[in-house]
Write a protein of this length. Structure first.
Ligand SMILES: *[C@@H]1O[C@H](CO)[C@@H](O)[C@H](O)[C@H]1NC(C)=O
Ligand SMILES: *[C@@H]1O[C@H](CO)[C@@H](O)[C@H](O)[C@H]1NC(C)=O
Length: 381
């Protein structure tokens, strides 16, 4: 296998992410089918916990099966300490069933199921294999099983993100966005529905138009999107994929910026000030999860800005897949000082200067960076 090729890795990663998205959708459907009145606020965590651990176990098992456990290093969000501290057996049982059910569907995605269903201890070890901390050398898979837990629970945007890092460089990224339709107009439609009914609309069996999977390989200058494909349609490769590109808008007055929904994750008043000084006039598009990266990569918005509280350290799994997809789709991603993000220093984006700025092109990017310099001293971030 050629070192600079990664085509086999990319194909496997895309299939695995499609499977993981289907898993998340099933868990969400079950959450919905239990009468809405019975889903109390304090139970909100458990469906997302089941999805998180189940995706991690499934992806870990598949990657290890395909690439050999000796050679697979996985850095992922959920750690083993958390799961061994679980006092709810019901939760673990739900994970075991969800993983078995998901792995049983592997052949429909062109992947292999285990010969026998996995037991609790095997599933716990698959989760625990993901304890790598990455670093500057070697190959590391980077996984965020369910990025955007609040979005997941609310039936809004969330993502499954898988990337591969080799010698500190992101070489491929796959972003599964189960509630981000291939066509932006569908999003507005879904949004209206969810706002008027204020609850999740159960998915029909036809997930075709409702979600997408984006992916890219380093240096190819190409990024792709597939509709979220139901099971057996995944057998051929690369099925239904189409090229995506960043927006060509470089006039700030016409550009749209996205940012995290929650103020706790990014300073909305600081970005509003930046937006104003650069001449952005559209309302910000506030989106949960790495779907923001997807929005920039396929041209639904031009700018993504995130300024976390000082002292907050960004984790590599929240960015790796999104960054490479935007770059290969023609965009630019740096920290607020204009430097590339450094994925080579372990679990965190060490040395990140203030925040993250992703743009569809250099013109907008330079303007934003300039505005950060001009306004930083007067803010107290
Ligand atoms: C998964 O495996 C466990 C343990 O072998 C078993 O109890 C459970 O019924 C299986 N679930 C499914 C859906 O296959
Ligand atoms: C957010 O930014 C504003 C304006 O730049 C600043 O005054 C404020 O202190 C910041 N808030 C936090 C929580 O950092």
């Amino acid at each position: 296998m050629e070192k600079d090729n990664y085509s086999k890795e990319l194909e496997v990663a895309v299939r695995v992410v499609h499977m993981a998205c289907a898993l998340c959708i099933r868990v969400q459907e079950r959450l919905l089918s239990t009468s809405a009145e019975h889903v109390k606020a304090k139970d909100d965590d458990s469906p997302v916990t089941v999805a998180d651990w189940s995706v991690q176990a499934t992806v870990s098992w598949l990657l290890s099966d395909i690439f050999g456990s000796q050679r697979v290093s996985i850095v992922a969000e959920e750690d083993t300490k958390a799961i061994s501290g679980v006092d709810s057996e019901g939760l673990l049982e739900a994970v075991v069933n969800t993983v078995n059910e998901s792995l049983a569907s592997a052949p429909k995605y062109g992947l292999q199921s285990p010969e026998e269903t996995l037991g609790t201890s095997e599933i716990l070890s698959a989760i625990s294999w993901c304890s790598s901390t990455g670093g500057p050398t070697g190959r590391h898979w980077i996984l965020d099983p369910v990025d955007g837990t609040l979005g997941f629970v609310r039936g809004d945007q969330y993502a499954v993100a898988l990337a591969l890092i080799e010698d500190g460089q992101v070489v491929l990224g796959v972003l599964g966005c189960p509630n981000y339709p291939t066509n932006k107009e569908w999003l507005n439609y879904q949004h209206q529905i969810s706002q008027t009914t204020s609850q999740l609309s159960p998915r029909t069996t036809d997930a075709w138009e409702k979600g997408c999977v984006l992916y890219a390989r380093k240096g190819s200058g190409k990024a792709w999107m597939q509709p979220l494909i139901c099971e057996d349609k995944m057998l051929e490769w690369p099925n239904y994929a189409r090229l995506i590109q960043v927006s060509s808008i470089d006039d700030p007055a016409l550009a749209t910026f996205c940012e995290p929904v929650e103020k706790a994750n990014s300073n909305h008043s600081f970005t509003a000030g930046l937006a104003y000084s650069v001449g952005l006039r559209n309302q910000p598009m506030r989106v949960h999860s790495m779907v923001k990266y997807a929005a920039i990569a396929r041209g639904d918005a031009e700018i993504f800005m995130k300024f976390a509280k000082s002292g907050y350290k960004e984790k590599i799994w929240d960015h790796a897949a999104g960054v490479i997809i935007i770059e290969e789709a023609g965009g630019v991603v740096t920290d607020a000082g204009g430097r590339p993000l450094d994925f080579s220093r372990g679990v965190y984006l060490e040395g990140l200067d203030r925040g993250i700025i992703a743009c569809s092109g250099v013109t907008l990017h330079e303007k934003i960076i300039g505005a950060v310099y001009a306004s930083w001293d007067s803010s107290n971030l």
